[in-house]
Write a protein that binds this ligand. Structure first.
Ligand SMILES: [Zn+2]
Length: 512
């Protein structure tokens, strides 16, 4: 009865009460499997996919609303000839095929590109050309709208009927522009699909509009990157991740391309090493010139909002220069795994482009010898906007943390806070938690286990760990209700795992 009640009125599910559908009977209750029979449309598509010649010849006469579902099935089933024919006849303004490319399949991808070529060579009618080929693997409503459709209200119109529009003069065809939108993730070597695609666009770049929105470059030689950027104009890239292992001299050769990225909103730079000039010519001046050339490009990135730099050696003593060059207030500043000088820190609160920060990450930057007062002033400036603060692994100590207390207590929008791998005593942690009473939006907060939880050799004292963490959580609960709070030790000397206290102690394997 329950099953019958749950069936939607007019739905296509059916219930057949025979031996096959009763798949289990345990503890006096039946488990029923409900089969959904294929709809007429689905059966029609199956017939077409089994008979490619029939499918291709029938395309022009098919209601155009059926084409997306047929395309999806043909694409997923690897029916290259049907895919090619469908792209050739594609009647919608956009073909968001990237959403369907879950696993690499060179044949089917080649069929799409061949179909685009055929589409461009057809006897054109202005109403039936598509304008955008979207190769990004991003959610696209198109397929949900057209393949989830149940009523056939518009389906009586066929491709041919839609084509009855004024023909364009043949010469106008030269001016037709198809926009190709893609993301490119290049790692070590180009894969077969990327090679095929880049050759294809290279030959057609004069009459295609090529947009690469998100580019990730991992360990790719600069000549390959430059070649790609000669096809995909840097001015259209919105997100760039450079993780190349280049030295700063190579990065300086890339700098003019970076400077052209006027639409760049998000820039992530990692793994840049010192120059490896020959010993005879190696000079600090030369390296400094390369660094200045790279930093100067930041003044051209007028849209930049999110800046992330991981282990970039030249940031030390250059933060002022970089922050001074920025032309747009940052929402995210993430600097990890490097040293910052006191003068770098001193400039943070002076930069107007850091006054709207939502996310500040200074992870793995050793600050135990620094004065944190400038960081406190910066937190005062961003108290109204800051949503996440990550100071993991900075090895901050008791006396320094108190410089952050007044500002921290005002960061009422904070939802994530990470202070792991710092060295605080029990009284300082209690004091810290006392200053977080107003941070009621906090979703996740992570604190280091107090230093009293370790013995003289840095080994964890399990009972004390559990006792202190419980006491700290109780302290916080008397002020506000934390959603997710955890205390964590440094990684264990033996196994590398941490002991964590959240709902109770979770110990590393050697302490269990
Ligand atoms: Zn362990």
């Amino acid at each position: 009865m329950k099953i019958l009640r749950d069936l939607e009125p007019g739905g296509s599910a059916w219930l057949s009460w025979d031996k096959e559908t009763v798949v289990g009977a345990q503890n006096g209750s039946f488990m029923i499997s409900v089969q959904t029979p294929p709809t007429l449309e689905e059966l029609g598509r199956q017939v077409l996919l089994r008979n490619e010649a029939l499918a291709i010849s029938a395309l022009e006469k098919l209601p155009w609303t059926l084409l997306p579902a047929l395309f999806k099935d043909a694409f997923n089933g690897g029916h290259t000839r049907i895919v090619k024919a469908l792209v050739t006849a594609w009647p919608f303004p956009c073909l968001p095929v990237g959403t369907l490319m879950k696993t690499p399949n060179l044949e089917i991808f080649q069929a799409v590109l061949d179909g685009v070529d055929m589409h461009l060579k057809r006897e054109f009618h202005s109403g039936e050309q598509f304008q955008v080929l979207d190769l990004r693997n991003v959610h696209h409503e198109f397929w949900n709208i057209w393949t989830g459709r149940e009523d056939g209200a518009c389906s009586a119109e066929t491709v041919n009927e839609r084509s009855v529009v004024k023909d364009l003069p043949r010469y106008a065809l030269r001016w037709r522009h198809l926009k190709v939108v893609t993301d490119l993730y290049l790692r070590l070597h180009l894969n077969e699909e990327q090679t095929c695609f880049l050759q294809w666009v290279q030959q057609r770049k004069d009459f295609l509009q090529l947009h690469c929105i998100n580019m990730k470059i991992w360990t790719v030689p600069i000549c390959t990157v430059k070649e790609i950027l000669s096809v995909f104009h840097p001015g259209r890239i919105e997100e760039l991740e450079l993780n190349t292992g280049w030295d700063v001299s190579t990065l300086a050769r890339f700098a003019p391309c970076l400077g052209q990225m006027r639409s760049l909103r998000k820039f992530s730079l990692a793994r840049i090493c010192r120059n490896t000039f020959g010993t005879g010519t190696r000079t600090a001046d030369r390296e400094e010139r390369c660094i200045s050339k790279v930093i100067a490009q930041f003044s051209k990135l007028h849209c930049l909002q999110h800046l992330s730099m991981n282990g970039i050696f030249f940031l030390k003593d250059h933060m002022k220069q970089i922050l001074w060059c920025l032309r747009n207030p940052l929402a995210t500043l993430s600097i990890t795994r490097l040293h910052l000088s006191q003068s770098d820190l001193n400039y943070f609160p002076l930069s107007h482009n850091l006054r709207q920060l939502k996310h500040l990450v200074l992870r793995g930057i050793l600050l135990f010898a620094s004065c944190l007062k400038p960081l406190g002033v910066l937190l005062e400036h961003v108290a109204e906007s800051l949503q996440s603060l990550d100071l993991q692994g900075c090895r901050i100590q008791d006396s320094q943390l108190t410089d952050l207390f007044p500002a921290l207590s005002k960061c009422s929008k904070l939802t994530e806070f990470n202070l792991l791998d710092n060295d605080f005593s029990m009284p300082t942690l209690k004091d810290l938690l006392g200053h977080t009473a107003n941070l009621t939006k906090m979703n996740v907060e992570q604190y280091p286990a107090p230093i009293q939880c370790y013995d003289d050799y840095g080994y964890i004292l399990v009972e004390r760990f559990a006792q202190h963490c419980l006491e700290l959580i109780d302290t916080l609960r008397s002020l506000r209700q934390p959603k997710r709070i955890l205390f964590s030790t440094d990684p264990c000397h033996e196994c590398g795992e941490r002991c964590v206290y959240d709902l109770g102690p979770r110990l590393c394997p050697c302490q269990r």
